[in-house]
Design a protein around this ligand. Structure first.
Ligand code: PMP
Length: 411
């Protein structure tokens, strides 16, 4: 799909973009970093599963079970292919990025780290890449080391990373910030972590929506990804693991499907991905995610991202011209996502969001699950408009005009 010339065709595939809100305003959806919208292709694939071959997987021999199992395991293959999983690597389905990070903490780090070992985090992390490590650190007496974020350039301090990674066992790093849009130099960070003998997990919740991640090139030990920010359904994501990691992990949940045999005294576990997927898995969601991947395969991801960047840059430039507004994040280069965080010096972020909502414009407000970063920036919350490839320049301009009119009216 050529995005620019086929924009109306692209938008027509997302039914929600035509939504008229209860106040009569047409929706302008700029909360894509929280979750993206879904095309018919995904909605229909899930609908088809539920209406034509809904069944549990892996267990029964009947026709529907066969169809459902095939579609579910095919979804795993689509995810593996899309993310360039190296051969011997594995896709462990989870409920999302948060669940994937927790699985890494409990299934790998809990088993492989010991008292006194150090984990490196950054001040840019989302809470889901902080709290699991704090909980584990408390339980196992681990040290957490924090890498600084420069509050002027909005970049990670790489010298600080270099010194903190020294002697550490694991680095847990956000690939692309959900607040600043900053895309961290992950390839370099992976190399630095490996050079010092540490493993590295990347939180790719935001990144996977904007670029075609290739795990075999990134070379990280773990990627945590989610479906719902890349046009797929909520409720599913994955921990992608490099070859050799599976053998070092222990399951964190017991139950059906993850065992080969159960005795009164003990159980034997599966030796494949199912070992980490106790109980009925997320069947419809896996099928929906796979449909999203198939749909995105037809999209020129690079052109899509350039379009998103153009909208975000346009909004950032427009906002900067409004008296009293500060934009957080450096939109002057291309290593950013479609996120534009901003704050007015006297108007409350929540009030701005309510007023934008009354105009049909959906943005996010708050600490964005990144309180350590908020503290580094010296704020408690920001407004955040986040663009995606189906947004238009008219929407970007309408958003800037709306903020301008609010500021003019209330200051
Ligand atoms: N990390 C980042 C950077 C995020 O933006 C989000 C979603 N807000 C998460 C983790 C959590 O992802 P999920 O909703 O898939 O659990």
């Amino acid at each position: 799909m050529n995005l620019i010339s086929d924009m109306s065709e692209v938008r027509s595939q997302f039914p929600i973009l035509e939504r008229i809100l209860p106040n009569g305003k047409k929706l302008i959806y700029l909360d894509n970093a929280a979750t993206s919208q879904k095309p018919y292709f995904v909605i229909n694939a899930m609908n088809e599963y539920y209406s034509k071959y809904n069944s549990n997987v892996h267990r029964a021999v009947h026709a529907l079970a066969g169809e459902a199992t095939e579609a579910f395991e095919l979804a795993r293959k689509s995810v593996a292919n899309w993310f360039g999983l190296p051969s011997g690597g594995m896709v462990l389905f989870t409920s999302g990025t948060t669940d994937a990070l927790n699985l890494c903490a409990l299934g790998w780090a809990k088993v492989n780290l010991s008292s006194g070992d150090a984990i490196v985090l950054t001040e840019m992390e989302h809470h889901s890449n902080i709290v699991p490590w704090q909980m584990l650190a408390k339980e196992k007496n681990l040290e957490l080391r924090w890498v600084d974020v420069d509050s002027e350039t909005y970049q990670l301090d790489l010298d600080d990373f270099k010194s903190k990674i020294n002697g550490a066992k694991l680095a847990c790093i956000i690939h692309t910030s959900n607040v600043l849009g900053t895309r961290n130099p992950v390839e370099k960070l992976v190399e630095m972590a490996h050079d010092s003998g540490a493993k590295i997990i990347l939180d790719c919740a935001q990144a996977a929506a904007h670029e075609k991640l290739d795990m075999s090139k990134i070379n990280a030990d773990f990627l945590a990804v989610t479906s719902h920010k890349m046009c797929g359904p909520t409720g599913i994501g994955a921990l992608l693991i490099s070859p050799g990691i599976f053998e070092q992990m222990e399951p964190i949940q017991g139950g059906g499907d993850m065992i080969t045999e159960v005795f009164k005294e003990y159980s034997n576990f599966q030796e494949n991905e199912h070992k980490f997927e106790a109980g009925t898995p997320r069947i419809a969601e896996a099928i929906g995610w796979s449909a999203a991947i198939n749909w995105m395969q037809k999209l020129d991801m690079n052109a899509a991202h350039q379009h998103t960047l153009m909208l975000a840059k346009n909004a950032a430039e427009g906002l900067k011209k409004i008296p009293g507004i500060k934009v957080y994040g450096d939109h002057s280069n291309d290593d950013v996502s479609g996120v534009v965080s901003f704050l007015h010096e006297s108007l409350h972020a929540e009030d701005i969001a309510h007023m934008l909502d009354s105009m049909g414009i959906a943005v996010r407000t708050g600490h964005h699950c990144a309180q350590p970063l908020m503290r580094r920036l010296g704020v408690t919350s920001t407004n955040r408009a986040s663009f995606y490839f189906y947004n238009t320049i008219e929407e970007s301009n309408a958003f800037v005009d709306a903020v301008k009119s609010i500021v003019e009216r209330f200051t």
